[in-house]
Design a protein around this ligand. Structure first.
Ligand code: GTP
Ligand code: MG
Length: 189
């Protein structure tokens, strides 16, 4: 069949925001409702499927998932302080960014904003129309802020040179993820 267009995606955000959980949900499941791995994946050697145990990422992991028309290669970066200096090495190659925020982590919203601002002002990102998809994740927590509130606290309306979109998500259940990926697919195309 037709080969899907390949897109490099960088997944960023503070530690514990849910990046790996989100990417894991997007990967093909071993025993999905649709039976064993679909034909779509047969040509890929060593397909990594969903896992049950997600641990804090060390450095980064490379993962793959597909949407209806695109084949994504994701650099799932660690959000821990000591690894955040790795992020910038992958800016040049990236064609889209997924930025994950823990909507329940109100105390560190300012830290998330600092990291976002540093990203957006970086020389390898600044002048590019690279799409940025935000997940206001952990929407299931009682203390979590709405995506509108998160968007205000991060001053997303100031991003004028890039297409961006924010979705609220519950990565454990998988809610909201498809909406985000649909947007990304439509924007990258
Ligand atoms: P680092 O790899 O350290 O940067 O963290 P990460 O952003 O990859 O976070 P990870 O996916 O490891 O998730 C951290 C914790 O949050 C795990 O215990 C997840 O189960 C939990 N988690 C992720 N998404 C959600 C969510 O939407 N709701 C709730 N309640 N918990 C979540
Ligand atoms: Mg992780």
């Amino acid at each position: 069949g037709l080969k899907k267009k390949e897109v490099n995606v960088l997944c960023l955000g503070l530690d514990n925001s849910g990046k790996t959980t989100i990417i894991n949900q997007l990967k093909p499941s071993n025993q999905s409702l649709f039976g064993p791995l679909s034909d779509d994946w047969k040509h890929v050697s060593q397909v990594k499927t969903q896992t049950q145990d997600i641990v804090p990422t060390i450095g980064f992991n490379i993962e793959k998932f597909k949407s209806s028309s695109l084949s994504f290669t994701v650099f799932d970066m660690s959000g821990q302080c000591r690894y955040r200096n790795l992020w910038e090495h992958y800016y040049k190659e990236s064609e889209a960014i997924i930025f994950v925020i823990d909507s329940g982590d109100t105390l560190r919203m300012v830290v998330a904003k600092e990291e976002l601002d540093t990203l957006l002002n970086h020389q390898d990102i600044r002048n590019r129309k690279i799409p940025v998809l935000f997940f206001a994740n952990k929407s299931d927590l009682s203390e979590s802020l709405s995506s509108v509130k998160v968007s205000q606290l991060l001053c997303l309306e100031n991003i004028k040179d890039k297409p961006w979109h924010i979705c609220s998500s519950d990565a454990v259940k998988g809610d909201g993820l498809q909406e985000g990926i649909d947007w990304l697919q439509g924007t990258v195309l």
